[in-house]
Structures are given as structure tokens and as C-alpha cells.
Write a protein that binds this ligand. Structure first.
Ligand SMILES: Cc1cc2nc3c(=O)[nH]c(=O)nc-3n(C[C@H](O)[C@H](O)[C@H](O)COP(=O)(O)OP(=O)(O)OC[C@H]3O[C@@H](n4cnc5c(N)ncnc54)[C@H](O)[C@@H]3O)c2cc1C
Length: 394
């Protein structure tokens, strides 16, 4: 059977070339590699090193700072391909979306200091610390505070579900420089800091056990002193900058879901053709065939909406228009990959639960996208209120 590649027809020659190098990488880092990492709970260091050597780990960095300066569409095609070949981008996708924000809002000094090193693979920017035990979906309620003291800020707080803390050199730390109770609009008073992780003695952290191989941590920040120059952009405007992270993040994670869906459909088709029960391939039964065909049709739609969202972002669309498409894309793609995961589980019967077939691993991995970086209820709420103008529910 041929590969499931619904977007192939729309690719430019450059994109085909770029994806060719991802494909060769994935020949080496195959399903067995990702399966072993999953069993060991290990970080794909070797794979990330190889991406860095091939110039694939920091593609949003502009040419001025030593990167290729790719947009969200191209970046999303890379992540899609990795997941479509049985990999899992969760251990390194943070750098992609954080680079879009840093490139846009950091000072010239900050960009000159960090971007060339990130582009060269000498530094990793993989971590964003936003979520707190009492503020996940309601991110404006964060309580981590940053108080000005001379040329520094002193940060205190508690973060949870923060990814890749031990696999990154830098973290974007989100804190309130004005408490929630003292701002007129709840989105005001939030600031972003770029914190080198090797120097943070006043941060205690421990890894959380999750349902799949995920490097996710809880952090306790006790009077961490950070220089005022580590602030990204202006004080109190961090929430607006975060939107610039969150929209590309949604589009990039949609691409991972699209990659997962391609993988599940490919596996389902292969198995449904060769598995014989009652004297015929199971795929000749419409009860098996239709669910695969249905999710394939949804994949085509999710792929088109992801492209529309990415193209809007790359052509400088305003936050509101990009937000509409980025949210719709995240919703459609994550529902699609979860449906595809369940279809594959059904098609494989008992073999779907066998670790050797990787269906159960990808099933666990793709479930994340319905919850993070934003739960699908909150995506629908965004569309209801901000796109359709329905009354606010909270
Ligand atoms: C593996 C993993 C990695 C993560 N990595 C990071 C990271 O690197 N950095 C970071 O900052 N965060 C990270 N997160 C956190 C993630 O962004 C949050 O889990 C997510 O935003 C949801 O927040 P919550 O878990 O607190 O759910 P809650 O906000 O507690 O919501 C619980 C449920 O209630 C529903 N709900 C809440 N309010 C409403 C409403 N008004 N209407 C309808 N439904 C509602 C939600 O949809 C959800 O289903 C990660 C999470 C996971 C699981």
C-alpha cells in the first residue's frame, strides 16, 4: 500500500526536499527507536541531536540570526512528517513555537545573544512555564509573582505540567508583575522572562509520571532573582505575547495530530487488507472499512484547515483571524487523530494492545492533544464567544 499523504499534491519542490530529509532521518529513528524510548521513559536526545545537525531543530530562526527562517506552515510539515512516521514530537516541539514569540517580541540584544546559538544547536529553548495547580485553562489566574527589586525581579510561585525542564537550556517563565486583583483587565499585568535553566538554584523540580513518555515537571520557585533584562518585551504585556505563542502552538500541534492520523490510517489499511477472518480480509467488511474511510475524509478536512491557519499566520494575519483558524484547526485535528486511534485499535483487535505493534503507544500519545495545550472545550468556547459572538459563559 502507498503512504497516506493527503497534502502531498500541495507541496512545493522545496517542501518536498525538506520532507525528504525528515524521511531519511525517520528511516534511522524508526518505530523501534520510539518504542524503546517509551518503555524506558527516556528523552530522544540522539534524535534531537540529529535534528540539530541537519538544521531542523530551530527552523523559525531567521536568516539574520543563522536559521532558515521558515514559517509555521513549513515548520508544521516537519512535525507532521515525524509523527506520520511513528515518531512523537512532544519532546521537542516547544522550541518551534517559542521561537516564533522570541523572534517577534524579544529585544535586539536578547535575540543576538540567544538566537544564533539556538540555530546552531548549542542551546535549547524547549520549556514554557505557564500552567499552575490552580490555573490551567484559566491562565490569567496565575499566582506566580515577579516583584521588581532594583535591576532584578524576584519570582515566587508554583508551576505544574511544565514540559522538558531537564532537556532545555532556557525557559520562558510566565509571572504576574501586577496581581490579578489590581488589574483592570485580567489579561494585563502578566510578564514573560527568559530564564537560563543551568543557573536556577532557587527552583526545585521533580518529574511527574504521565500516561505516555512525557518529560513533564512540577516546579517550586522560591525567590528566584532574574535580571530585568531577561524580560521579553514590555512589563505587563506578556499575555498578548503569549497569544503569539499559542496560535502557532495550536497550528503546530494540529500538524502532529494530522501526522498521527496518517499513521493510524496507514496502519489500519495495511492490517485490514492482510488480516483474514471468516475466510476473507477484515477490510472487505463495511463495518471495518467505513470507519477507516470516514476518518480519512476527516483527515482531508483537518489538513486543509491547518494549511489555511498556517498560511494566515505566515502572511501576517491579525491575531483574531489567525485565532479563529488556529483554534478550529486544533479542534478538528485532535478530534480526528483520537478517532483514528480508536479506529486502529478496533481494526487491530487484540493485536492493537500488543506493545510490539505501537498502536497502543501512539493511542496514548495522541490522547494528549485533546487536553493540551488547551482543552477542546475551551477551543469551542473561544469559537462560540470570540468568533460567533455568543454570550460569555465565564
Ligand atoms: C503532558 C502535558 C504537558 C504539558 N506541558 C505544559 C507546558 O510545557 N507548559 C505549560 O504551561 N503547561 C503545560 N501543560 C498544561 C496544559 O496546558 C493544561 O493541562 C491545559 O491547559 C488544561 O488545564 P488543566 O489541566 O488545569 O485543566 P482544567 O483547567 O482544570 O480543566 C479541567 C476540565 O474542565 C474543562 N473546563 C474548565 N472550564 C470549563 C468551562 N468554562 N467550560 C467547559 N469546560 C471547562 C476543561 O475543558 C477540562 O476538560 C501540559 C499538560 C500535559 C498533560
Amino acid at each position: 500500500m502507498g503512504r497516506i499523504e493527503p497534502g502531498r499534491r500541495s507541496l512545493t519542490d522545496e517542501q518536498k526536499l525538506m520532507l525528504g530529509s525528515v524521511d531519511s532521518l525517520m528511516e534511522k529513528y524508526d518505530e523501534a527507536y520510539w518504542g524503546k524510548l517509551d518503555r524506558d521513559g527516556a528523552y530522544p536526545d540522539e534524535f534531537v541531536d540529529a535534528m540539530e545537525r541537519q538544521g531542523l531543530a530551530a527552523v523559525p530562526v531567521s536568516k539574520e540570526y543563522g536559521g532558515p527562517g521558515l514559517g509555521v506552515l513549513d515548520a508544521s510539515l516537519i512535525l507532521e512528517e515525524i509523527n506520520a512516521r511513528g515518531g512523537n514530537c512532544q519532546p521537542f516541539h516547544g522550541q518551534y513555537y517559542l521561537l516564533f514569540a522570541l523572534s517577534k517580541f524579544a529585544s535586539k540584544d536578547m535575540k543576538e545573544k540567544y538566537l544564533p546559538k539556538i540555530a546552531a544547536g548549542e542551546l535549547r529553548l524547549q520549556s514554557l512555564a505557564l500552567t499552575e495547580p490552580e490555573s490551567g485553562s484559566e491562565s490569567t489566574r496565575i499566582r506566580t509573582s515577579a516583584e521588581r527589586e532594583g535591576d532584578s525581579y524576584v519570582v515566587k510561585g508554583h508551576k505544574v505540567f511544565i514540559s522538558r525542564v531537564e532537556n532545555s537550556d532556557l525557559m520562558v517563565l510566565v509571572a504576574r508583575t501586577t496581581p490579578y486583583e489590581k488589574v483592570e483587565k485580567k489579561t494585563e499585568g502578566i510578564s514573560l522572562f527568559l530564564v537560563p535553566l543551568d543557573k536556577v538554584e532557587r527552583v526545585e523540580f521533580h518529574r511527574l509520571e504521565m500516561m505516555f513518555n512525557s518529560q513533564t515537571y512540577e516546579l517550586f520557585i522560591d525567590e528566584l532573582k532574574v535580571p530585568a533584562s531577561s524580560m521579553i518585551g514590555e512589563e505587563g504585556k506578556g499575555f498578548r505575547y503569549l497569544l503569539s505563542v499559542l496560535n502557532p502552538e495550536r497550528i503546530l500541534l494540529s500538524a502532529e495530530c494530522i501526522g498521527d492520523t496518517r499513521w493510524f490510517v496507514e496502519k489500519s489499511v495495511e492490517y485490514a487488507k492482510q488480516r483474514v477472518v471468516f475466510g476473507r480480509p477484515i477490510g472487505s467488511n463495511q463495518g471495518v472499512q467505513f470507519p477507516i474511510a470516514e476518518v480519512y475524509a476527516k483527515l482531508l478536512a483537518a489538513d486543509r484547515v491547518r494549511r489555511a491557519a498556517a498560511e494566515l499566520f505566515d502572511s501576517g494575519g491579525d491575531d483574531r483571524s489567525v485565532g479563529e483558524y488556529a483554534n478550529a484547526s486544533k479542534y478538528l485535528a485532535s478530534e480526528c487523530s483520537w478517532q483514528a486511534a480508536n479506529v486502529a485499535m478496533d481494526v487491530y483487535g487484540g493485536s492493537g494492545l500488543a506493545v510490539a505493534n505501537h498502536i497502543e503507544r501512539k493511542f496514548r500519545e495522541t490522547r494528549l492533544y485533546r487536553v493540551a495545550p488547551i482543552s477542546n472545550n475551551l477551543v469551542l468556547s473561544y469559537i462560540g464567544e470570540h468568533v460567533l459572538g455568543l454570550p460569555r459563559s465565564f
